[in-house]
Ligand binder design. Structure first.
Ligand SMILES: Nc1ncnc2c1ncn2[C@@H]1O[C@H](COP(=O)(O)OP(=O)(O)OP(=O)(O)O)[C@@H](O)[C@H]1O
Ligand SMILES: [Mg+2]
Length: 422
């Protein structure tokens, strides 16, 4: 059976933070699947609810978890692909599952929702993959792609192909281009920033092999979750004692704040040993209100919630350019930190500079002095200081904002519609 004739091909962008899906329907029209209610982006999250004994996905999973429902949340599953953790079992309530099985569950749900939208069974998938799943380790990188494919197969897809995420983003942009254009495709998501310098031309958009048009690719493991951590440290953690100059004119030890503001380390802050250590820190503080707030955050296990509030304020401030309050009323009524344009600029400047250097490197490696267009996709490509820094670094290029969340999936759907899937 061929993807080019009658089987619809679902383009699947399995992201670190969000996933999206799209297809070209039988009339040749692009449809980005509303995967999560009306939204195209579905948080890549699975929640094993121990109160209802249900499994929840996407924003329902996030809401249940953040509102304090008893259960186990899994996120960032993409970063586990290619690691030996995939075959390990993890406790999800009454029973254990392999991480791999959880990825399969997520794919099954994504397939089910896409089929409900399409009104038909979907068996063909074009899977997106980052330029590097794993840096500097080709064997693990290959394993990551193979694991992704195996998960999709177990979820019921019988015909599978792969395309690089930035190329998919470029293919989506190419639909809007009417002449030969050299673009730097910028895809900045939750976990990574990927860059591709690519020659675009609508006359070649149906060619299966576009490798001749790809002039360079670069990538760096910096994304929205790093921005959240840096903003958490600069705006919220000082209210819990981070950088507080306490007794003996010494700062309070900082490991607990670093754990609390890093998504995958938060659980370490709640261990008995870490809690005991934190409790004893009171002697290091001269302002006990700060220590009480730290203990309230640890005892209430509010680390993820704090980060989620910081992320919401980051997005609001990035969209409006105005100060945006971080809602901490669940913790304490007396502290009201906000994310400000200036604070964001300062806290993120090193990370933003690294991302921009990686973008410049991608243009330099192409051998060209400049590109015509800088095409922005991925949620974090909307981050104000980053957009400003990119424009300043490439003043001659036109900045084009793409579909932040559905662009990669759309490009995968285009790629799938003109290729035979085996
Ligand atoms: N307007 C905005 N300004 C800044 N950041 C934003 C905005 N909207 C979303 N984000 C951030 O974008 C990130 C998610 O982007 P996206 O969904 O593209 O990532 P992903 O595809 O899951 O990740 P990856 O491609 O790295 O696997 C989150 O960190 C989110 O906080
Ligand atoms: Mg992405």
């Amino acid at each position: 059976m061929s993807g080019a004739t009658n089987d619809l091909v679902l383009g699947i962008d399995f992201g670190t933070s969000n996933s999206a899906a799209a297809l070209i329907d039988s009339t040749g029209t692009l449809q980005i699947v509303p995967l999560d209610g009306a939204r195209s982006e579905m948080p890549t999250a699975v929640f094993f609810n121990q109160e209802t004994h249900n499994v929840q996905y996407g924003s329902a999973a996030m809401q249940a978890y953040l509102s304090g429902t008893e259960g186990r949340l899994l996120r960032s599953l993409k970063s586990l692909l290619g690691s030996s953790l995939m075959d390990e079992y993890t406790n999800v309530g009454e029973h254990s599952l392999r991480y791999f099985d959880i990825v399969v569950l997520f794919f099954k749900e994504l397939k089910r929702r896409s089929e409900a939208h399409a009104g038909q069974v979907l068996t063909h998938a074009m899977l997106g993959r980052p330029v590097h799943f794993v840096d500097d380790n080709p064997a693990r990188d290959t394993l990551a792609q193979e694991t992704l494919g195996r998960a999709a197969t177990q979820a019921g897809f019988t015909h599978i192909a792969y395309q690089l995420e930035p190329i998919a983003a470029a293919l989506d942009y190419e639909q809007r281009v009417d002449a030969e254009t050299v673009a730097l495709v910028v895809d900045i998501g939750g976990g990574t920033s990927d860059f591709t310098t690519i020659r675009l031309n609508p006359a070649r958009s149906r060619q299966t092999d576009r490798s001749g048009d790809i002039l360079a690719t670069t990538g760096v493991h910096i994304g929205g979750t790093d921005f959240d951590r840096l903003l958490d440290l600069s705006t919220v953690m000082p209210h819990l004692g981070y950088r507080h100059i306490g007794t003996g004119n010494r700062p309070v030890p900082n490991s607990v704040f670093l754990d609390l503001s890093t998504w995958h380390l938060i659980h370490q802050a709640y261990t008995r040993k870490a809690m005991h250590f934190a409790k004893e820190l009171w002697t290091d503080y001269t302002d006990q209100t700060l220590h009480q707030r730290l203990m309230a955050a640890l005892e209430g296990q509010y680390g993820h919630r704090l980060l989620a509030e910081v992320e919401a304020a980051k997005i609001a401030c990035s969209i409006s350019g105005e100060d945006s309050a971080v809602q901490l009323d669940f913790l304490d009524d007396n502290s009201a930190p906000s994310v400000t344009a200036e604070g964001m600029q300062t806290a993120l400047q090193d990370a933003v500079a690294q991302v921009v250097r990686c973008a410049q490197e991608c243009v330099a490696r192409s051998g060209l002095a400049q590109v015509d267009v800088v095409y922005l996709t991925g949620g974090s490509s909307a981050l104000r200081p980053l957009v400003a820094a990119l424009q300043a670094a490439m003043p001659q290029a036109t900045l084009v904002t793409g579909n932040l969340f559905g662009g990669v999936a759309a490009g995968l759907a285009y790629a799938g519609s003109c290729q035979d899937l085996s």
